[in-house]
Ligand binder design. Structure first.
Ligand code: ACO
Length: 315
């Protein structure tokens, strides 16, 4: 497939580190050197489905396709107010899609997992034009009295339209499964029969373990896929890396021996928007005109699962 349109949408409320220190024992001085984050967009009166719809419409407009020309829609989302229908169906109804919509929850690398499904459907002859929407609101997952997690995240949506082409050169998915390093539990409706614990627990994360997993998984994924494809780092024009923490991106860059100029970043004013992060970054730099035809973009993302993934895409 080939990326023919990108879009993104952010909540209007911008929350700075100083605003967080009004109610949390934290500070700009602590957050910036450890994460690179200065501010983030946080949902107030917006709905995540409206941000997803806005991002999708903007990607469709760029692609020149109408909603009814999309054959398949994949929505990457960790939490929304809807248990059912899936968020992809809710967004699809808003923007006039006529195709099947499926949701995936692969946390931060969700965009690349969605790309893998899109390419597989395309190669099987089941879809010609695919819409991927990554719509995330991690602010609604965090315990806002827990300074070790809530300062890291921001909300937003990004979307990509894919059309026919041979521009996806390779995708590699990786897992190191455990549910103790990053996890969250929600409560379900009580029943007269259920005897288990039904209490909700906000997002939990072993920060240092996540840091190590992120750097190791990303560098290994990228090196392995480039080697499989017979490519080298010299062939890579851009690394679109999940915006989780500037120190993680810096460590990846250092390990790979690659220059700053190949790593677009927007974490300082977005925070970590889970699977939306790569698509928002892609759209922002696409709209600045950064990517030229035949540029090679390497997407790399990692997160809960623990899952990671890499994709090599020619622009
Ligand atoms: N403000 C002030 N102090 C804080 C804050 C905060 N926001 N958060 C934690 N601290 C304190 C801790 O309480 C601890 O205090 P103590 O020593 O008195 O107990 C101290 O700072 C050190 O805490 P650590 O957790 O050891 O700090 P660390 O240097 O590891 O940095 C961080 C924490 C930034 C989370 C780091 O581990 C990290 O970046 N990990 C990667 C996590 C990540 O990016 N997750 C994103 C979600 S998952 C994903 O997208 C991959």
């Amino acid at each position: 497939m080939k990326i023919i349109g990108t879009g993104s949408a952010l909540p209007k409320k911008v929350v700075t580190n100083d605003m967080l220190s009004e109610f949390l024992d934290t500070s700009d001085e602590w957050i910036v050197p450890r994460t690179g984050i200065r501010s983030r967009h946080i949902i107030t009166d917006e709905k995540i489905e409206d941000l997803g719809a806005k991002a999708a419409l903007s990607a469709l407009e760029m692609s020149g396709l109408k909603p009814e020309e999309i054959d398949y829609c994949i929505c990457s989302n960790v939490v929304s107010e809807y248990v059912t229908p899936g968020l992809g169906c809710v967004i699809g109804a808003k923007i006039g899609l006529k195709c099947p919509c499926v949701d995936i929850n692969c946390a931060c690398p969700g965009f690349i997992y969605a790309l893998d499904i899109a390419e597989t459907h395309y190669l099987a002859g089941k879809a010609k034009n695919v819409l991927i929407i990554c719509a995330e609101q991690p602010s609604r997952m965090c315990d806002w009295s827990d300074r070790s997690t809530c300062v890291l995240f921001g909300d937003g949506a990004g979307a990509v339209v894919l059309g026919p082409g041979e521009n996806i050169k390779g995708i590699k998915l990786h897992s190191q499964l455990d549910s103790n390093t990053i996890w969250e539990r929600q409560s379900l409706m009580p029943t007269p029969y259920y005897l288990g614990d039904n209490s909700a627990v906000g997002l939990q994360m072993k920060g240092r373990e996540v840091f190590k997993f992120a750097v190791t998984a990303s560098t290994t994924d990228v090196e392995d896929l480039l080697e499989e494809l017979g490519m080298t780092k010299n062939d890579v024009s851009w690394y679109i890396v999940h915006q989780a923490n500037l120190r993680i991106i810096d460590a990846i860059k250092q390990y790979m021996g690659e220059p700053d100029s190949k790593f677009p970043v927007n974490i300082s004013d977005h925070g970590n928007s889970s699977s939306a992060s790569c698509t928002i970054l892609l759209d922002e730099f696409n709209r600045k005109g950064c990517f030229k035809e035949h540029d090679v973009l390497v997407f790399s993302a990692f997160g809960a699962g623990l899952l990671s993934a890499v994709a090599v895409v020619e622009w």
